[in-house]
Design a protein around this ligand. Structure first.
Ligand code: P6P
Length: 343
């Protein structure tokens, strides 16, 4: 029997009843994001050609202005979300301030979308995986007009949907609406995202650790000790673990989501809040990992419970297989107690 292909839109419509607010609005919103992802994917796939045809910021042989891919991706997402009419305000890694939508008040826009349009863009020219990350909230501001910055600064626990697209050996969209995590692979022959990873659950234990060890000299003592633990020879406990680091958050996260593992971006003396942005990088992937049975903390506190103060604020991050994150937290707690006693 022909294996039943289920497209993203079919899946969203079939599962609308799981989403308390739906009436088709979320369907439209997720579909708009899927469309933007297909357009971004097309440009990402010819990024190498751009270098032949002209560097970003120049005019290529077709006479088109060549845009930096992250600006291009940003423009595509903003245009798709504004056109859809479901969004009252957006926040983007590429824009200092919020991006108002529904400024003409013509729509009854209830949603807020925060996104990193092209995470890991420094990896484009070496053909390593990159991604788009999105986070969706209901507006909390009154009225039908444009949304406000308060709409964009809700705690991660208030997300109604979140996901990412990874542009790698294949292009996969992974999202949740709070009822589990599902992955859809783009089939270029039909231009549709098709269900390929139903009900993703991440292992509670695993053997992969992922962080930039080049910064090790600047890590907190507890992180240094956890790193040594991961590298320690202990056949009974299956160590040393394997180190894997792509340098694109979405790619390192996606591998760990499917295989299990821990990703760490710790605070350093140079960057006391770490590097990753809470609102449009950490919170969406924290929502996903919890829905898949994992966890995400700042080394102590559940990141989804952090109340954002500013749009681009950063947070240290320990995310992935629950037992691995808890073990790292133990090393941090012990080191902090010792430091306090010795202070
Ligand atoms: P580092 C990409 O620039 C990014 O924001 C994330 O995608 C990635 O996890 C991180 O930075 C890598 O940072 O300091 O290891 O190069």
């Amino acid at each position: 029997m022909r294996n039943q292909v289920k497209t993203l839109n079919q899946f969203i419509i079939e599962n609308q009843q799981d989403f308390p607010y739906s009436k088709g609005e979320l369907t439209r919103l997720l579909s708009d994001i899927g469309t933007a992802a297909k357009i971004i994917n097309r440009e990402v796939n010819k990024a190498g050609l751009v270098n032949i045809l002209g560097d970003a910021g120049t005019v290529n042989v077709q006479g088109e202005e060549v845009k930096k891919l992250d600006i291009y991706a940003n423009d595509q997402l903003i245009a798709a979300l504004k056109t859809g009419g479901e969004v009252c305000v957006m926040g983007s890694e590429e824009n200092d301030d919020i991006i108002e939508a529904n400024t003409d008040g013509k729509h009854n826009s209830k949603y807020v979308v925060l996104f990193d349009p092209l995470d890991g863009s420094s990896n484009i020219d070496v053909n390593a995986s990159i991604g788009t990350i999105f986070s969706i909230y209901r507006r909390v501001s009154e009225g039908n007009g444009p949304g406000t910055v308060e709409d964009c600064l809700q705690a991660g626990t208030e997300q109604v949907a979140a996901g990412y697209v990874i542009y790698g050996s294949s292009t996969i969209l992974v999202f949740t609406t709070g009822n589990g995590v599902n992955g859809f692979t783009l089939d270029p022959s039909i231009g549709e995202f098709c269900l390929s990873h139903p009900n993703i659950q991440t292992p509670k234990d695993a053997k992969i650790y992922s962080l930039n060890e080049g910064n090790a000299a600047h890590f907190p003592e507890g992180v240094k000790r956890y790193l040594e633990y991961c590298k320690e020879v202990n056949k009974e406990e299956g160590r040393p673990y394997s180190s894997r680091y792509i340098g694109t958050f979405v790619a390192d996260f996606h591998r760990n989501l499917l295989k299990g593992g821990i990703f760490i971006y710790p605070p350093t003396d140079k960057a006391p809040k770490g590097k990753l942005r809470l609102v449009y990088e950490v919170n969406p992937l924290a929502f996903l990992i919890e829905q898949a049975g994992g966890c995400a903390t700042d080394g102590k506190n559940r990141v989804l419970e952090i109340k954002p103060e500013t749009l681009h604020q950063r947070t240290p991050l320990f995310i992935g297989s629950e037992n691995m994150v808890r073990k790292a937290e133990e090393f941090l707690a012990t080191a902090n107690v010792e430091a306090a006693v010795n202070a």
